[in-house]
Design a binder for this molecule. Sequence first.
Ligand code: ZN
Length: 188
Amino acid sequence: MAIRRICITGEPVLHQRAQEVTEFDDNLRELVQDMYETMDKAPGVGLAAPQIGVGLRVFVYDYADDDGNERRGVVINPELSIGEVSTEPADEDTEIEGCLSVPGERFPLKRAETAVLTGVDLDQQPVRIEADGWFARIFQHEFDHLDGTLYVNRLAEPWQEISQDIIADNGWGKPGLSWLPGKDKLEA
Ligand code: ZN
């Protein structure tokens, strides 16, 4: 197992549609183990394969709900069905999102309150999870990664422009940039 480097926005793999997994082999198991380890070390509540430079439709998540239940797992070749997204502005305190590929930054974003995730696990067994609130937000964020969409691409103004300025100021938005959890220090 290994902690992998996390790609920063601008790396092409983050901005392309990832491919379906067709080989459920030891390489896939190793990839998923590395994704768990990298997510835990970052730390993050989710990580999609393109974020470590692998253009496959896989993400992992780890989220403790308000009742203290830990929801941790992997989904491969997922589909996501979401509820309606309110047209109200995102709340600047309670609807703030972040991404390990835009490290250290957070911006308000409206998401659907509910989501139903389906797909398969490493043994090709069906996965079906109904989520709401933050858990549903995590699924929407990670699923977007598999279609080459970052949350900053979805922001409303003024956040869209502010985020693009910050990305430019940080020297991001070009290929070849990454960071290593546990090693590289990032300013929050
Ligand atoms: Zn992300």
